[in-house]
Design a protein around this ligand. Structure first.
Ligand code: ADP
Length: 425
């Protein structure tokens, strides 16, 4: 073998070894790229040049984009869930087997389920209310159902409206809402309408009976007079009821009283006193009338109450007229005006009437609540007087307090805080 041939062989060998080495290095770089791609941690990406560098750059970019998309998706989901969490309504998601997938805290509180512990529990196993079970059995319910909430107690009802919607593949969405106040308001409205109808029907029935008698029976002039007088009593009673109803609706519908208006205390009391004496004379019909006394702390002689004169007058007149109506002849009615140690001004109406048993006291200001129905009616009561007083006092930032003892008498006190009355400047 000549020199020339030997050199060619060496060059070939050298090239072979270099190619082998290059392949080894390339395989090693490929192996590093593949190992990195297995976990794809961007922070651990190897640094390379050449083709593998280009591949790495592309992969890094793709991974970065994917990570950005995942983060944005996660953030959107988080925002979405926090929005549902913040909702005052409850949201509960069920899978195709009616198992809980997710619920917000409101739904959990409404229905008494645990947002984490009860995941994948069948909702029917957790809520055993028969109304709810029947509702879940309906294929496509249109209206929501109202069930007793988790914290429902007889003395403190909690009513929850549940509405079911289907979505996805056999999945269901339950929307819950606390409707306790709505249901209570609706019950109050129903009671109110029933009460008003009843109160109006009674005098109307009596009156139409008299009209029929007058039309069909040959009555003497005296008898006719007597029947007409009885009809007039019923008409006055209806008139009183309508007036009280209008007063209540005015109180509910009108804006907050203007506290820049002031009413002299003495003028309120004077009107009340003459009303009370007049009513007492009418009721006692010549028998010994009640003893009525008005006493005002001399320091308050010039004081004025802030707010609507008409409303304040109506509140005080209602208390005084109750005292007169419920106190038998010969009894005593005393109206005292004085100042409390906290700077408040109070008007106390005391009587020596029959008094009221303790169990009735918390309910006295409810509309149409009466301790003694027949007694209230006999004396021309509507059952709305104290409801009006309470409303007026609330609107004027004051309060009504009632103390009473059966057989001893009652005391109804209007209290005006120091910010709601003033002395002359
Ligand atoms: P009414 O028009 O029936 O008097 P009110 O709302 O003024 O209605 O009073 C509610 C109930 O409170 C009355 O029916 C009566 O039973 C009781 N009541 C109110 N004031 C007195 C009082 N001074 N003494 C005894 N009972 C009273």
């Amino acid at each position: 073998m000549g020199d020339q041939q030997l050199r060619s062989l060496y060059v070939l060998l050298g090239a072979l070894i270099a190619g082998l080495l290059w392949m080894l290095v390339d395989a090693w770089r490929g192996y590093r790229v593949r190992s990195w791609l297995r976990h794809g941690d961007l922070a651990m990406a190897p640094q390379m040049s050449g083709w593998w560098g280009v591949v790495l750059d592309r992969a890094r970019k793709l991974l970065r984009d994917r990570e950005r998309n995942i983060n944005a998706g996660e953030q959107r989901l988080k925002d979405f869930l926090s929005a549902i969490q913040a909702s005052p309504n409850g949201v509960l998601m069920l899978d195709a087997q009616a198992q809980i997938e997710w619920c917000n805290q409101t739904a959990a509180t409404h229905l008494g389920v645990h947002p984490e512990r009860d995941v994948m529990q069948r909702v029917g196993n957790l809520l055993r209310d028969p109304i709810f079970t029947a509702y879940m059995a309906v294929e496509n319910p249109v209206d929501p159902v109202v069930i007793a909430g988790h914290r429902h107690r007889m003395e403190r009802p909690v009513l929850i409206s549940v509405q079911r919607h289907r979505y996805g593949e056999g999945k269901q969405l339950l929307l819950t809402r606390d409707v306790t106040l709505l249901e209570q308001a609706e019950a109050m409205r129903r009671d109110f309408v029933a009460n008003v109808s009843h109160e109006i029907r009674t005098p109307l029935t009596v009156m139409s009976g008299f009209v029929e008698t007058l039309q069909t029976l040959p009555l003497t002039a005296d008898e006719q007079k007597r029947y007409l007088a009885l009809m007039a009593v019923q008409a006055v009673r209806m008139q009183g009821l309508v007036e009280d109803l209008l007063t209540l609706s005015r109180l509910e519908g009108s804006p907050v009283p203007n506290f820049l208006n002031t009413t002299p205390l003495m003028s309120l009391l004077k009107t009340c006193e003459s009303e009370a004496r007049g009513l007492s004379d009418v009721i006692s019909q010549g028998a010994a009338a009640q003893i009525i006394q008005f006493e005002v702390n001399p320091l308050l002689g010039g004081a004025s109450l802030m707010g609507e004169a008409r409303e304040l007058q109506s509140a005080l007149s209602n208390l005084v007229s109750n005292a007169v109506r419920y106190t038998p002849a010969g009894g005593q009615i005393q109206v005292n005006v004085d100042q409390g140690i906290d700077g408040s001004l109070f008007i106390a109406v005391r009587d020596t009437g029959p008094g009221i048993a303790a169990e009735h006291l918390p309910r006295l200001t409810e509309r149409f609540y009466r301790v003694d129905r027949s007694r209230s009616r006999e004396s021309g009561g509507t059952g709305l007087g104290l409801a009006i007083v309470k409303h007026v006092m609330q609107r004027h930032g004051g309060s009504l307090s009632i103390t009473s003892e059966v057989g001893q008498g009652s005391c109804f006190k209007l209290v005006f805080p120091s910010t709601r009355w003033c002395q002359p400047t």
